[in-house]
Design a protein around this ligand. Structure first.
Ligand code: ZN
Length: 217
């Protein structure tokens, strides 16, 4: 695939965290959602992803994210199959325990997806970006200008009636709009999405690629 894979905990995280960015790269983006509880959120997720212009999403039916071997292997399998250049996931300091667990799972899965000992056709992910859902990033490394896709992000968010109805004062919509405007102000554009870029260790068979004799080149 070679595009972007967003690995998220819950339906709606992909839209709130990086929906504008995914829509910018709609033909090359995909979503892997690790939980789906209650089950009707799967329909909402599919509608949202369709609005963002994305292809078929992958949804696991777990109730919560348990950062253990079986789930890490399942995620690594998807990474090897899709072989994205960029993976987007949650922050390790997110307030939500599933989000933090997803970060742990994704870090491990990226590592194992790259090992020739684990896969005959390993995938070396190039970049790992961490998105903000409801916990904000203090100092973003990357601000993606999503001014062109913001309307689609807003429309995608509207797919989540089960979530939006929890907050009659339009919390989700206001937070979504104002966060994008805040990041847009920082980036000198109308709307933006913020990310932390986390360096990948590139261990195992990729140690050799780290060798250098010149730190200034
Ligand atoms: Zn979530």
């Amino acid at each position: 695939m070679g595009g972007i894979l967003a690995v998220v905990s819950h339906p709606d995280d992909e839209t709130i965290g990086c929906g504008g960015t995914l829509a910018l790269h709609e033909k090359e983006s995909n979503v892997l959602c690790l939980t789906c509880n209650p089950r009707n959120r799967r329909n909402e997720l599919e509608r949202a992803c369709m609005t963002l212009g994305l292809g078929k999403t992958v949804v696991f039916d777990e109730d919560s994210v348990i950062p253990k071997g079986a789930l890490i292997k399942q995620v690594a399998d998807i990474i090897v199959k899709e072989c994205p250049r960029v993976v987007v996931t949650h922050l390790p300091f997110d307030y939500h325990t599933d989000h933090r667990a997803t970060y742990d799972v994704v870090k491990e899965a990226i590592e194992w997806a790259a090992h020739t000992t684990a896969y005959p056709n390993p995938c070396l992910v190039e970049r790992l970006l961490l998105m903000e859902v409801n916990t904000l990033i203090p100092s973003p490394h990357i601000l993606v200008d999503v001014s062109e896709t913001m309307e689609r992000k807003k429309a995608a968010l509207n797919s989540y009636s089960s979530q939006l109805s929890k907050f009659p004062w339009r919390y989700y919509q206001r937070f979504n709009d104002e966060k994008a405007a805040l990041r847009g102000a920082q980036a000198n554009c109308i709307y933006a999405e913020a990310f932390i870029e986390e360096p990948l260790a590139k261990n195992g068979p990729f140690y050799e690629s780290k060798a250098t004799k010149n730190l200034l080149r």
